[in-house]
Design a protein around this ligand. Structure first.
Ligand code: PLP
Length: 447
C-alpha cells in the first residue's frame, strides 16, 4: 500500500500524521512510510492493509499472554464503570492493596512492599530516590552516588539516563546525575553463547575497584538489569550476579534489579532474581504486570526498607516520603494487573516460557553463519542479534532487516546495531520456525 492508501484506510489526514511527535521513532522515515497497526488479537496484529503480522516482541516486551485477552478486557471495562479514578494520595481503593499483595506472590521471598508507578522509567526514578532517602533516614547522608553498567537501559528520565549505559540515550541531553558505570559483560569469548556465558563473573572486580575509589560511604546503590534487554539481550555470566550481590552486601550498598523486562515470566521464572538465584534490595517492574494493557509499574522492596521510612517518619500524620504519582495505583491499571496476573498463573505461562525456551534457543542459533550476524544471545523467550555495521552507517542494516520482516508479516524490534526478539509466551514451535525463517531470509536479502 502507498502512503496515501494507508492514510485513507485509517481515515487520517497528512496534518494529523504530522501532529504526533512519535517517541523513540525516526519520525521523518515513519511519516514517509507509515506502518499503521489497527487491531491485535492473540499473537497477531492487523495492519491498515488487513495483513496479519506476528508479534515477535510481545508489543514492547509487554504482552506475553497475547493481545486482547477477554479476561483483562472484562476486568478493565467493569472497573471503569465502577470506579474510574480515585485520589492516589491520602485515600485508597481496595484493588491497589489487593494487587500490591498479589505482586508479592511473584517476587522472591522478603520482597513484600510495593510502590506503584506508571512506567518502567518512573519505577527506576522511584528506586533511585528511595535508595538515597533510605540512607539519609539511616543517618548516612553522604551515600549519594549511583553505579550503573555500560549498555544498561533504565528508561528515559534523568535518573534513568544517568545510570543507563547506552551513549546515544544520554548524548543530547547534557548533565544529569553524576554516576559511574561498570563494564558490560559482552566479552569476545562469549560470542554466540547459548544462554548464560561461562565467562564474566570476574568483571565484578571492577566494581570493587570503583568502591575503593569512591568509598562505600559515598555510594547509595548499584543498578543493573539481571539480563540486559534493550541493549540487545545480554544474559548474565554464570556467577556474576551472585558476586555482585556479595560485594554490595559486604560494602553496605543497595542492589537494585531493574526487572522491567525480566519480571513476570520472560526468563521462564517469575523474575530474573528467581531465575538467577539472587535477591536484590530494590526491584523495578512494569510492562508485563498488566500484560501491556494499561500503563503501570512498581518499585518493590523489603519490609525493613519500608519500616525504616515508617520508623523515621515524624508525626503519624506526616508523609514518610514525599513521592508518588497522580496515577500511582490507578484503579483501572490495578484491575488490569489483577486480571493479567491471573491469566499468567491460570495458563501456567511462566512454565510455558521455560519449556519453549530450548526450542527457541536452537532455532535462533541456527542463524549463526548467516551474513552480517556478528553475535546471537538468548535467554527464556528473549534473543538479541548483533548485526555487522554497513560502511559508515552502523544502524542501517537492523532497520532494513526489521522492515523486510514487517513486509513478510513479522514484527521484530531494531535499535542500534541489534535485532531483538521477545516472543509471546503462548508461541508455538511452527511460529518460531516461521519467524526465524523470515528473519534469516531478510538478512540474506541484504546487499
Ligand atoms: N527499565 C528497563 C529494563 C526497560 O527495559 C525499560 C523499557 O524498555 C524501562 C526501564 C523503561 O520503561 P518505560 O518505557 O515503561 O518507561
Amino acid at each position: 500500500q502507498s502512503k496515501s492508501e494507508v492514510l485513507a484506510s485509517c481515515n487520517l489526514s497528512q496534518e494529523q500524521l504530522d501532529s504526533y511527535w512519535m517517541p523513540y521513532t525516526a519520525n521523518r522515515e515513519f511519516k514517509k512510510n507509515p506502518r499503521m497497526i489497527v487491531s491485535a488479537e492473540g499473537k497477531y496484529y492487523t495492519d491498515a492493509e488487513g495483513r496479519q503480522v506476528f508479534d515477535g516482541l510481545s508489543g514492547l516486551w509487554t504482552c506475553g499472554a497475547g493481545h486482547s485477552r477477554p479476561e483483562i478486557t472484562e476486568a478493565v471495562s467493569k472497573q471503569i464503570a465502577q470506579l474510574d479514578y480515585s485520589p492516589a494520595f491520602q485515600f485508597g481503593h481496595p484493588k491497589a492493596f489487593e494487587l500490591a499483595h498479589r505482586i508479592t506472590d511473584f517476587m522472591p521471598d522478603g520482597m513484600d512492599r510495593v510502590f506503584f508507578t506508571n512506567s518502567g522509567s518512573e519505577s527506576v526514578e522511584t528506586a533511585l530516590k528511595v535508595a538515597r532517602a533510605y540512607w539519609r533516614k539511616k543517618g548516612h547522608g553522604t551515600k549519594n552516588r549511583f553505579i550503573g553498567r555500560v549498555k544498561g537501559y533504565h528508561g528515559v528520565n534523568w535518573g534513568g539516563i544517568s545510570v543507563g549505559g547506552i551513549g546515544p540515550n544520554k548524548a543530547m541531553f547534557g548533565p544529569a546525575l553524576e554516576t559511574s558505570h561498570i563494564q558490560h559483560t559482552m566479552l569476545p569469548e562469549n560470542l554466540f553463547c547459548k544462554g548464560m556465558p561461562e565467562t564474566g563473573a570476574h568483571l565484578i572486580t571492577e566494581l570493587e575497584e570503583m568502591i575503593a575509589l569512591y568509598d562505600a560511604s559515598n555510594i547509595a546503590a548499584v543498578i543493573v538489569e539481571p539480563m540486559a534487554g534493550s541493549a540487545g539481550v545480554i544474559p548474565p555470566p554464570v556467577g556474576y550476579l551472585k558476586r555482585l550481590r556479595e560485594v554490595c552486601t559486604k560494602h553496605n550498598i543497595l542492589l537494585i534489579f531493574d526487572e522491567v523486562i525480566t519480571g513476570f515470566g520472560r526468563m521462564g521464572s517469575n523474575t530474573g532474581a528467581e531465575e538467577f538465584g539472587v535477591t536484590p534490595d530494590l526491584m523495578t517492574i512494569a510492562k508485563q504486570v498488566t500484560n501491556g494493557t494499561v500503563p503501570m509499574g512498581a518499585m518493590i522492596t523489603r519490609k525493613d526498607v519500608y519500616e525504616t521510612f515508617m520508623e523515621n517518619g515524624g508525626p503519624e500524620y506526616a508523609l514518610e516520603i514525599p513521592h508518588g504519582y497522580t496515577y500511582s495505583g490507578h484503579p483501572v491499571a490495578c484491575a488490569a494487573g489483577l486480571a493479567a496476573l491471573d491469566v499468567l498463573e491460570n495458563d501456567q505461562l511462566v512454565s510455558r516460557v521455560k519449556s519453549m525456551a530450548p526450542y527457541f534457543e536452537e532455532s535462533v542459533h541456527s542463524l549463526k553463519g548467516t551474513q552480517y550476524i556478528n553475535d546471537i544471545r538468548n535467554y527464556g523467550l528473549a534473543a538479541g542479534l548483533t548485526i555487522e555495521a554497513a560502511p559508515g552507517e552502523p544502524m542501517l542494516r537492523p532497520y532494513q532487516i526489521a522492515m523486510k520482516c514487517w513486509e513478510k508479516g513479522f514484527y521484530v524490534r531494531y535499535g542500534g546495531d541489534m535485532i531483538q526478539l521477545g516472543l509471546p509466551f503462548t508461541v508455538e514451535k511452527e511460529e518460531i520456525d516461521s519467524l526465524i525463517n523470515a528473519l534469516g531470509e531478510s538478512i540474506r536479502e541484504l546487499d
